[in-house]
Design a protein around this ligand. Structure first.
Ligand SMILES: [Zn+2]
Ligand SMILES: [Zn+2]
Length: 335
């Protein structure tokens, strides 16, 4: 099969790779479409110790199953492979499984990713999709589930309904946009400010929901003025801003993780009862809900997804890297 292989730092090679072999308890997916995620970019930059070249990256995927009990079904994969036996798996918090591994990783063990024509997947990770859900659009199930989980974590932490909140979403990438769409179209929040230094990206997002679209140093983004902040960036500078602009009793939802450590204003957090929530991935239930949300078009038009050929994937990575691409999500299509 053809695959886009991560062969070295900032280097991807489109080449022939061995087809996946049939393993008991698993099925082979013929990939229809696969999305490029921020974490793939992180690996591409050589900054991920769980993704060491050579490796086929990618974990956001839709396609048709080739064999076994799901044969010929159109599906999406939940790329998070968990043990099914630990305390977290037994209590509906599978994403916290200490034995979890994601497609497109090779540490602690190899799990080939989805930037390829075929991929092997455990059967429990296969989710059939309804006919009314477009197979290409279904690729964004995974980042949508990440965003849904983050919004739900935020919602349960607050003492007032989300729709009454003044909300800051930092970052106009896929997760920032998806959180905003869920907040705006499902939760009825009409007071969303989205911030990003990249005006191109803000302009794209501004076509898809009602909000204000500003640079991070705009006067709208002022101290003690937001009930909830979604940091989808995870830089020291975005976290510092989040803690400064959050209102007393507000919640900071931290999803991005570009810089893993830094300063934190514990004084404000304590004296003003600020809730700080780190959030990672999604539960299996969130993933199921997401498929329904996408099938029922609850987050509206998805024409912000940009499609490219898998064989030109290296170029797409380069453009995301140098900021010349403004699409919140690029999805790759094998021939
Ligand atoms: Zn992802
Ligand atoms: Zn587990």
């Amino acid at each position: 099969m053809k695959a886009l292989v991560y062969t070295g730092v900032e280097e991807l090679t489109y080449r022939d790779e061995k087809d996946p072999t049939k393993v008991s308890g698993e099925s082979i997916l013929k990939v229809h479409a696969s999305g490029i995620c921020g974490s793939d970019m992180h690996a591409y930059h050589g900054k991920d110790e769980r993704r060491i070249p050579p490796l086929i990256l990618g974990h956001e995927v839709s396609g048709k199953i080739q064999n076994g009990k799901f044969k010929d079904k159109n599906v999406v994969l939940n790329p998070l492979i968990t043990c099914g036996k630990c305390e977290y798996c037994m209590n509906g918090r599978e994403h916290l499984c200490p034995n979890r591994v994601l497609l497109g990783m090779n540490r602690p063990y190899e799990r080939s990713g989805v930037f390829a024509e075929y991929v092997s997947t455990p059967n429990q990770n296969i989710y059939e999709i309804p006919d009314r859900l477009d197979l290409s659009e279904a690729t964004i199930a995974e980042p949508t589930a990440v965003s849904l989980h983050a919004v739900l974590m935020g919602e349960t932490s607050l003492k007032k309904p989300l729709k009454e909140c003044r909300t800051l979403v930092q970052g106009a990438g896929a997760i920032g946009l998806l959180c905003s769409l869920i907040l705006s179209k499902i939760k009825g929040n009409k007071n969303i400010i989205m911030s990003d230094p990249n005006k191109l990206r803000l302009d794209v997002c501004s076509k898809y929901f009602d909000g204000k679209f500003v640079s991070p140093n705009d006067k709208e983004v002022k101290e003690n003025s937001f009930d909830i902040v979604f940091d989808t960036v995870g830089l020291e500078v975005s976290r510092q801003q989040a803690i400064s602009v959050i209102k007393p009793g507000g919640s900071i939802i931290h999803i991005g993780l570009t810089q893993p450590s830094g300063q934190f204003n514990f004084r404000k957090a304590t004296l003003q009862e600020v809730t700080f929530i780190g959030t990672y991935c999604y539960t299996n239930k969130d993933f199921e809900k997401t498929i329904k949300i996408l099938a029922d078009k609850e987050i509206g038009d998805l024409s912000w997804i940009e499609y490219r050929e898998l064989k030109k994937g290296a170029e797409a990575f380069k453009q995301i890297h140098d900021g010349s691409c403004s699409a919140p999500k690029i999805v790759l299509l094998p021939e």
